[in-house]
Write a protein that binds this ligand. Sequence first.
Ligand code: ADP
Ligand code: MG
Length: 324
Amino acid sequence: MERRVPAVTCEGLVRIFRTADVEVQALQGLDLHLSAGDLVAVVGASGSGKSTLLNILSGLDAPSAGRARVAGHDLTSMGRRERIAYQRHVVGFVWQQTSRNLLPYLTAAENVTLPLALARAPGGVRRRRVGDLLELLGVADCRDRRPAEMSGGEQQRVALAVALANEPAVLLADEPTGELDEATSAEVFERVRQANAELGVTVLVVTHDETVSEHVDRTVAIRDGRTASEVLRRTEVDEHGAERVVAEEYAVLDRVGRMQLPSDFVGALGLRDRVRLALEPDHIGVWPANRRGGAGVADSGSADPAGSAGAEPAGEPTEAVADE
Ligand code: ADP
Ligand code: MG
């Protein structure tokens, strides 16, 4: 098996915000693993903890508990100096507000040059990198324009060029298409995909835009400050040589074996408080605890989603209570 280099590792990440009278647990033990070169989206409703996660990964905020490592840097023990170098060279970020990404009085080329100048890159490197990145992101024609003279999509693509200027190991983007329409968002996501493929940069995009899953290999859903499920996308070639995209949903299993049942499964069987589990040769069955031998079976789906989907679910509860 190919050995993969870890790029982002979050284990049991917790972030609690305390104000005068309330305590908000924005992250409640979040686990997330990305390997170098991955292209991953984290999706979740507003308030699910996406920005909190990215603020921690970009070194702007510190977790209350848990571990976070990015490209070999331990974010929980980083000193001030290391943090500055980290933000300058190891990660690049793009925010939702276009105004937060670009300086309004500089042209696109000058905006991309700025982080290169701060990193003291030689003149030749600066010119080449600026040209290459604006080209890669399809905004070469915006080179001499200021943000006010560009569309929202162009501004975000220039912002990506700025974020990529110092060749970061990891690109972090928080709702980069939050202010864009659907067609423009698709264009931006495709450029992100291209940057990932051509530069090999690891990408983590967080968004509430579910359409992102069409542009990435892996989509992780976050609910209540934890990763709950993942959709993996791959291209298959059928017997006639035609390509088709297969997307499969998985529940996330953490290190100690916890997983979250989808809320519609829980609702359909009225599951509450506790459930019965039964180990089968190729899957695990989950039954309501209060129903003895009655109807209603849910396959957890975590052991083998493909197998479970094809399995006959009905008529098995008797097996689960056979030991009584
Ligand atoms: P998302 O980006 O997914 O919309 P956030 O990470 O911004 O979610 O927020 C997660 C939760 O944490 C929300 O309930 C939000 O109100 C709360 N929160 C975020 N930042 C702060 C803060 N600085 N102080 C207090 N609560 C916060
Ligand atoms: Mg947010």
